[in-house]
Design a protein around this ligand. Structure first.
Ligand code: ZN
Length: 186
């Protein structure tokens, strides 16, 4: 099997580094194997809890897999308790109607890359489309601004609205979409 030869699996006990690297590369078989290897290692240590460090690694790995649009890797990470609403940074805000600020969530990464299947999968796992990136764009605004019509369609089918005003830009997705047709781009 090709997966057994991959350098991702020569991790020794560097499970975290290996998981991040395999997730970024979209090697879902490696990701699965690394998670299993670590579980076996943890069992032998008798400490069976996931631990905050490992959870953070799973979350970070999900962000990287989503960024690359690696659907199978995203699915495996979600099935192993990666948080669909994790983010790349921890800047929380409790503004009404907004979950928290972040650099980017897996959903925002997937939207930015126009990885529609990954977008749909993350929405199925209750990724919050209203979470905003550091610029203040939610998933719908980001899709609109980038002109990613396919991702926009997936978001709208999932119940997102084109009138969601974001908290910092104070603009709706429709306004971002209109901005794309500014004279400078003609
Ligand atoms: Zn690999």
């Amino acid at each position: 099997m090709a997966a057994q030869e991959c350098t991702h699996l020569k991790h020794g006990r560097h499970f975290r580094e290996a998981l991040l690297s395999a997730s970024e590369d979209g090697h879902h078989k490696c990701v699965k194997q690394i998670i299993a290897d670590r579980e076996k290692y943890q069992d032998n240590l008798s400490g069976k809890s996931q631990g905050p460090l490992w959870q953070g690694t799973l979350d970070k790995a999900l962000n990287r897999a989503a960024k690359g649009g690696h659907l199978k890797t995203v699915e495996i990470l979600l099935l192993h308790n990666a948080n669909a609403n994790s983010d790349d940074n921890v800047q929380y805000s409790n503004r009404p109607g907004i979950s928290y600020y972040s650099i980017k969530t897996p959903l925002l990464w997937a939207v930015e890359g126009n990885h529609t299947q990954t977008v749909a999968e993350l929405l199925r796992w209750h990724a919050d489309p209203k979470t905003e990136d550091l610029e203040g764009l939610n998933a719908v605004s980001l899709a609109a601004r980038e002109g990613h019509i396919e991702s926009l369609e997936v978001l709208l089918q999932a119940g997102c609205k084109t009138n969601w005003i974001d908290s910092r830009g104070h603009r709706s997705p429709l306004m971002y979409a209109a901005g794309m047709e500014s004279p400078s781009q003609c």
